[in-house]
Design a protein around this ligand. Structure first.
Ligand code: PLP
Length: 372
């Protein structure tokens, strides 16, 4: 199996596994209990928290662990609406956001929030003039992601946050695909991240909150996480996230150089006839989303079962519906159905990537011959 689905999830780093192991069976204490063992777990969690905060790199805020980035996004959006000042009833987001944002916004719209979903330009990037025209003093928050999970395109997050702040609105940023790979720009008030996209364990995420912008609690109970997010923390998951974040911070440049080389090698191996979906200049290079005229991408996937690549996004792949992100770029149904996403990173070797891309290219050419 050649694994090329790094946007869906990433392989767990050996350092992460080692950091988690003692906390699975041997050190099982509840980190919120006052025993010596509980205190030891609590102290180790605080070290892990610092590593995640450092990887996010923003100043003037704090971090709460959550059960996923999906939970962090739900909390950021619903918890901010919950404490909205009178007269601030508008939420603005983009058509290319992850379902965690779009579906939560749709849910809020069903409960009276005035929702605006902005389109993107054909390169996948927001037109800031469009945003400028929408912003007014009724806007409560603007939710825009840093790196798109399907096409890798980067949004001008710092600029968007500045514009939101000018009208007194908050900015929520889904930085799941950016954490540890790129610098998260200063500006957002609430930032959602996930461990499993940076070689950490699944089922743990976090919400970074600028001081004063903390959303109202969403999960109620034992008052953990300073009363903001109840529920017993999992030491093993927190240690795994901490170790993954530390590693990502230490290796950020090295990983990026590696990914840059892989991007060039993949494009060379695929050869001519492919068109990259979305901007080629404002993107994270570990995400190669492209299409080829006439190709049936679902058949490519079925023909190459030992290569794990995808049809744009894990969710879209499962549903059989063409991706909402590709449609938002203006791609018609056929173009969207001939698109694939090849995702690579730290543990991808150039040889395996070149082999996979060469096989993808010949399987695509074989389809053309069948049609001809
Ligand atoms: N946002 C983006 C951009 C993602 O890629 C994902 C994961 O697919 C999520 C949010 C949700 O993250 P989690 O799996 O931690 O809920």
């Amino acid at each position: 199996m050649i694994y090329l689905d790094y946007q869906a999830t990433t392989p767990v780093a050996p350092e992460v596994q080692a950091a988690m192991e003692p906390w699975i069976a041997e050190k099982f204490a509840n980190p919120h209990s006052p025993s010596r063992w509980g205190n030891e777990a609590e102290a180790a969690i605080e070290v892990a928290r610092k590593h995640v905060e450092r990887a996010i790199g923003l100043k003037g805020g704090s971090l709460a662990f959550t059960g996923s980035a999906t939970e962090a996004i739900n909390w950021a959006l619903k918890g901010t609406v919950e404490k909205a000042p009178a007269g601030r009833n508008r939420v603005i987001t983009l058509a290319t956001e992850h379902a965690a944002v779009l579906d939560t916004c749709a849910w809020l719209a069903g409960r009276g929030i005035d929702l605006t979903v902005l389109p993107v330009k054909p390169d996948g990037i927001l037109d800031l003039e469009l945003l400028e025209r929408e912003l007014d003093d009724r806007v409560l928050l603007v939710a825009v992601m840093l790196v798109n999970n399907e096409i890798g395109v980067l949004q001008p997050v710092a600029e968007i946050a500045r514009m939101a702040h000018e009208v007194g609105a908050l900015m929520v940023c889904d930085a799941v695909q950016g954490l540890g790979r790129l610098t998260i720009p200063a500006g957002p008030d609430l930032v959602a991240v996930s461990a499993h996209k940076i070689h950490g364990p699944k089922a743990i995420g976090a919400l970074w909150m600028r001081a004063g912008a903390e959303p109202d609690p969403f999960i109620h109970g034992g008052g953990q996480e300073r009363g903001l997010r109840s529920g017993t923390l999992s030491p093993q998951l927190c240690m795994g996230f901490g170790a993954a974040a530390k590693l990502a911070t230490e290796r950020c440049e090295r990983d990026y150089d590696h990914v840059h080389k892989l991007w060039s090698a993949a494009n060379r191996a695929l050869g001519p006839g492919w068109i990259v979906n979305g901007s080629t200049s404002h993107r994270y290079l570990g995400n190669l989303n492209l299409r080829r005229e006439g190709v049936d991408a679902a058949r490519l996937l079925a023909d190459l079962r030992d290569i794990a690549f995808s049809l744009g996004s894990a969710c879209a792949s499962g549903s059989g519906r063409p991706s909402h992100v590709l449609r938002a770029l203006g791609l018609d149904y056929r173009a969207a159905r001939s698109s694939i996403r090849i995702g690579f990173g730290r543990y991808t070797s150039q040889n395996e990537l070149v082999e996979a891309c060469s096989r993808i290219a010949s399987a695509a050419r074989a389809q053309e011959h069948l049609v001809a």
